[in-house]
Design a protein around this ligand. Sequence first.
Ligand code: NDP
Length: 307
Amino acid sequence: MNETARVLNGIEIASAIKAEVGEQVRDLRMAGITPGLAVVLVGHVAASEIYVRSKVKACAELGMHSEMHTPPETVTTEEMLELISTLNQRDEIDGILVQLPLPKQVDTRRLLEAVSPDKDVDGFHPINAGRLQSGQPALEPCTPAGIMEILRRSSIPVAGKHAVVVGRSDIVGKPIAMMLLNASATVTVCHSKTVDLPHYTRDADLLVAAIGRPGFVTPEMVKPGATLIDVGINRLTEKADVDRFFPGDATRAKQFADRGSTLVGDIDPGAFARSGAYTPVPGGVGALTIAMLMHNTAKAARARRGR
Ligand code: NDP
């Protein structure tokens, strides 16, 4: 048991990144350029609305222009393509973000591919995925890019280490695996068809869990001293689960009593004590996502406007 496991504080790292982006925005504005982000939010999904509002607020704090487009729930793919095309053409818009999920009738893939790769601040366009894979400068997906920032700014060594990524989604698992490979880790990617998952996770110097299942990675699945990166965000609404994952934790018990829920990642918090360092949930990886979106918007503005 390692009682000195280091907490990798995503909130602190996010505010350092935002401060740097703020500086970049100031420089751009001195040159008469205000970076601009357009957010497209379809319909009324409460969670998406909260998330989009925080993105707009972050833009305002850093001196960027932002605008929201809110087509109705009944919007068609053609109408959405038209909106994207207009935003692609507007020079003062540097970043376009389409908040997912979209209603069923909208062809999400077609839409994401319609966003100009130079304005693709979510890093979801196949051109950016290809650039990432071939090690060229790219707009990178925010969550995995945030993980790399956590590792870099916390001086966690990556080169030569065995990194095991559990999850292979296009937005987290695959891009983080590619980034870790580009940073010279030896990378193993696991998924729901992996046979004997603990065999791989127990050998990981660096374990990234992006699964979407509360506390899925148990303490026995972790190598003592490993770095644990917990991407999962799962809401616990049953008291028995809160007691199981956070035994004797008065803060969590109070939070649950007050709000009726609390968050847990994909790693059982009981595993953190075995680790060398870990990202908490909340306050770890999730805290970086908006900062990285701001970073990408400023980066897109600099690249597009020849700076
Ligand atoms: P997806 O559902 O797209 O992918 C989940 C992955 O986990 C899949 O590759 C799946 O494998 C794998 N998986 C599922 N069950 C198992 C299992 N039993 N054993 C091994 N692998 C399994 O999820 P996302 O990548 O979008 O998100 C993952 C988590 O991260 C979620 O909790 C999400 O909320 C969170 N998240 C957090 C963000 C943040 O800002 N912190 C941003 C984005 C996501 P297969 O491919 O075989 O089905």
